[in-house]
Write a protein of this length. Structure first.
Length: 438
C-alpha cells in the first residue's frame, strides 16, 4: 500500500472542507491575511455598517481594530472574540463590531487556506488554516502516514517560539493528523503532549444509535439538550448503556439517558463533567432510581456545582455541572458547590468572570468547605436525604435578617403620629385663614 504524502492529505482535507461550503482563499503571507480579515469582517458586520450607510471600514478604523486585538493573554484574546468592540468613527458615531456570532454559528464566514507564510524569528509555512470571519482560529498540522503525531505536535511548539504573532495569536485549537490518527489540543504551549486528545466527530442521534461502540475515553465533557424527549423504547432495557440502572430515563426527560450514555463511554480512570438542569438532582420515579443507583451502587458522583441562572443563550434556567468519576479518591463524600450567586450581570445576560471560575476550580480541586458556598456531604448524609442532590439541602445560603426591636419601632411610630397631629393642626390653621373651613 503506497504511503500517502502530506500534500495528498492536505489536498484531500481542503477538498472535504470545500464540499462543506468552506470558501478556499489563497493567502500567501501576513499582508494578505490582514486584507482578507478586513473583507470578511466587513461582510460579517454588513448590517451594522449599513445602519451608517456604509459597506466598509476605513483604513484608520481597521487600524483601530487591529490595535484593539493586539496584546493580552490567550484567555483575554478569547474574550475579545466573544465581545463586541465599540468602534468610534471619525464622524462621532459608534459601530459595534462583532468578531464571532456565538448564537447562530452558521451566520459566520468560514474559509480554509494552506501554506500561509509567517515570518518571526524564522520564516514558517503552516499546512492548513481554518479562518472564521477572517481570523485564523484553527491550525492543522499534517504528517504523512506512518509519522508519529508527536512530530507534528513538536513542530507546532517550535512555531510558538519562532513565528506565531499578530492574528495567529488568536488560534484557539490545533489539530494534528497523519491520515490515520488525529488529535487536537488547545492553544497552550505549556500544556504538553499529554493534553492532546483523540479527535473523532460523529453526526447522529446519540441515544438511538451509539456511534462509539465500545470505545471509552479518559475525559467526557458535554452540554446535552436539557430535558429532551427520546423514544425510551423497550429495546433499551437490553442496552448495556442503560440496563444496569434498573430503569430507563423518562420519555419526556432524557437527561439521565445522556448521563448514562456518557458514563458507559468513560474509562475506569476517567472524569466526566456534564451540564444539566437542576431537575436531575431531585426528580423522583425513574430518575430517582437511576440517581440512587449512581450514588449507592456505583459511587460515581464526585461533585455537584450549581451555576447562576441565565448564563446560557437560549435558556434562562439555572443549571448545574455534575462531575462523575468511576474510580474516586474521595469515595466517602460528594462535594456540593453553590456558585449561583457569584456572577456579573451584563445587560440581560449573567456572566461568569475569571475570578468566579477560579473560585469554583479551587474549591473543587481542594475539596474545601466554605460557609454558604460549599459543603462536603458524606454518603450517609446523602442517603439520609433519600439520595436527593438538591443543593440547598447541603449548602445553607440563608441570610438571617437583623432582629427587629419592637419597642424601638413602637416608639418611632408614636413619635411619627405625634408629628402628624402637629402638622394636622398647622394645616387646619392655614385652611381657616383661607376661609376654606370654619
Amino acid at each position: 500500500m503506497p504511503i500517502q504524502s502530506e500534500a495528498a492529505l492536505e489536498a484531500g482535507l481542503i477538498a472535504t472542507l470545500r464540499q462543506m461550503d468552506y470558501e478556499y482563499v489563497q493567502i500567501a503571507e501576513e499582508d494578505n491575511l490582514q486584507a482578507n480579515f478586513k473583507r470578511q469582517l466587513e461582510i460579517h458586520n454588513r448590517k451594522r455598517l449599513a445602519e451608517h450607510g456604509r459597506t466598509e471600514f476605513t483604513d484608520e478604523e481597521f487600524d483601530k481594530i487591529l490595535i484593539y486585538l493586539e496584546g493580552g493573554t490567550r484567555f483575554e484574546k478569547a474574550k475579545k472574540l466573544r465581545d463586541l468592540y465599540p468602534l468610534d468613527t471619525a464622524d462621532g458615531k459608534r459601530i459595534w463590531v462583532e468578531f464571532l456570532n456565538r448564537q447562530q454559528w452558521c451566520q459566520n464566514e468560514f474559509q480554509v487556506s494552506n501554506q500561509i507564510t509567517v515570518e518571526g524569528r524564522k520564516k514558517c509555512r503552516y499546512d492548513v488554516t481554518i479562518l472564521i470571519n477572517g481570523l485564523p482560529l484553527v491550525q492543522i498540522e499534517l504528517k504523512r502516514r506512518g509519522v508519529e503525531l508527536r512530530v507534528a505536535y513538536d513542530q507546532i511548539q517550535r512555531y510558538h517560539k519562532t513565528s506565531y504573532h499578530g492574528l495567529f495569536d488568536y488560534i484557539q485549537l490545533f489539530v494534528i493528523s497523519n491520515g490515520v490518527n488525529t488529535r487536537y489540543f488547545a492553544n497552550n504551549p505549556n500544556g504538553g503532549y499529554k493534553f492532546t486528545f483523540n479527535f473523532k466527530i460523529e453526526n447522529g442521534d446519540t441515544l438511538e444509535w451509539d456511534a462509539f461502540g465500545d470505545t471509552q475515553f479518559d475525559a467526557v465533557v458535554a452540554n446535552p439538550p436539557f430535558s429532551a424527549e427520546w423514544s425510551a423504547a423497550d429495546k433499551f432495557n437490553n442496552d448495556d448503556r442503560f440496563s444496569k440502572a434498573g430503569r430507563l430515563a423518562p420519555k419526556k426527560t432524557a437527561d439521565y439517558a445522556f448521563i448514562l450514555h456518557m458514563i458507559y463511554h468513560l474509562n475506569e480512570g476517567g472524569t466526566m463533567a456534564c451540564v444539566a438542569p437542576h431537575g436531575v438532582l431531585f426528580r423522583g420515579n425513574a430518575e430517582g432510581v437511576i440517581r440512587r443507583f449512581l450514588i449507592e451502587k456505583k459511587n460515581y458522583i464526585d461533585a455537584v456545582i450549581g451555576l447562576p441562572a441565565n448564563i446560557f443563550y437560549g435558556t434562562s434556567i439555572p443549571t448545574c455541572i455534575l462531575v462523575l468519576k468511576k474510580c474516586r479518591k474521595e469515595d466517602d463524600n460528594i462535594l456540593f458547590i453553590d456558585a449561583s450567586k457569584e456572577f456579573e450581570k451584563v445587560k440581560t445576560q449573567n456572566k461568569l468572570r475569571p475570578q468566579h471560575i477560579q473560585k469554583i476550580v479551587e474549591t473543587y480541586r481542594d475539596r474545601k468547605e466554605i460557609e454558604k458556598y460549599s459543603h462536603l456531604a458524606t454518603l450517609q448524609e446523602v442517603a439520609d436525604n433519600d439520595y436527593n442532590l438538591n443543593i440547598p439541602r447541603y449548602v445553607d445560603t440563608f441570610e438571617e435578617e437583623e432582629p427587629i426591636d419592637i419597642k424601638a419601632v413602637m416608639a418611632e411610630i408614636k413619635e411619627l403620629e405625634a408629628k402628624r397631629a402637629e402638622l394636622d393642626k398647622e394645616i387646619d390653621v392655614y385652611l381657616k385663614e383661607l376661609g376654606i373651613v370654619e
